[in-house]
Design a protein around this ligand. Structure first.
Ligand code: FPP
Length: 246
């Protein structure tokens, strides 16, 4: 296997964790079992990201569209989040991991909001990996919210319309302070973004892996990083072979 180039490890990797249901049904197991194994895969992936020197890891845990799933499955996913935070938060904190949550708290159960807030509060001064949980997140809603807040600030005379540029818009997104992901991974063969980080992934590389999320871990992450490292990122400029900068 080709070795990873340490200097080209992305700062920020974002993952669409897909295929829990298919993983389970292929084994004749209930979908819940796929999600439960998905949490195991998440633990392994956080560990691998730390070891590989990734600074920010964002995972799409619950989208604003996931409410359309049967109530029992929504409740299973909420239960897994509760359990994950109760079981793992102290350990993540002891590893100097900073937790950030992106998405809308409105509409979530009060105890879930409290757990998400506690995760952010407890770990806010940590300096290791930033683990970003996208929960009840939808990118279009995030961008629409930013537009509303900017309009309010203009109306209040706090900002001038001339000052509205890409940087200002970024500052009104949930991801303020987090660099854009250089790499977005989606497992399970589906090739779409599903309303995830639409603004932030403008120049991201996309790697689609065929395995289902419960089978993800260090090996799959390294494989995706190798594909990423083989890409020539041009940001609208020239390829490095043609004199562009990497
Ligand atoms: C996609 O599989 C996965 C999800 C919708 C949720 C991901 C959630 C977890 C890994 C666990 C809970 C999260 C945390 C933070 C503890 P799918 O159900 O869409 O799979 P399918 O497309 O095969 O049906």
């Amino acid at each position: 296997m080709t070795a990873l180039i340490p200097d080209l490890i992305p700062q920020h990797v974002a993952i669409i964790m897909d295929g829990n249901g298919r993983w389970a049904s292929q084994r004749g197991l209930p979908r819940f079992e796929g999600h439960r194994r998905g949490v195991e895969a998440l633990r392994k992936t956080i560990r691998a990201a730390e070891e590989l020197g990734i600074r920010y890891l964002t995972v799409y845990s619950f989208s604003s569209e996931n409410w359309k799933r049967p109530a029992t499955e929504v409740s299973d996913l909420m239960g897994l989040l509760r359990r994950f935070i109760r079981n793992d938060l102290a350990e993540l904190h002891s590893r100097n991991i900073r937790v950030r949550v992106i998405g809308v708290k409105e509409g979530l159960a009060p105890d879930i909001i409290a757990l998400l807030d506690e995760s952010e509060q407890l770990t806010k001064n940590n300096t290791g990996l930033t683990f970003v949980v996208a929960f009840n997140y939808g990118a279009r809603r995030e961008i629409a919210n930013a537009a509303r807040l900017i309009a309010q600030a203009v109306k209040a005379g706090e900002i001038n319309t001339d000052a509205i540029d890409e940087k200002l818009v970024s500052n009104y997104l949930n991801t303020v302070g987090i660099p854009d992901p250089e790499l977005v991974i989606r497992t399970s063969g589906e090739q779409r973004l599903s309303n995830f980080l639409l603004w932030q992934s403008s120049y991201s590389e996309f790697v689609f892996t065929s395995g289902h999320w419960p089978d993800f871990g260090r090996d799959a992450l390294e494989e995706a990083l190798l594909v990423y490292q083989s890409r020539d990122r041009r940001f609208g400029g020239l390829s490095s072979a043609m004199g562009g900068v990497r």
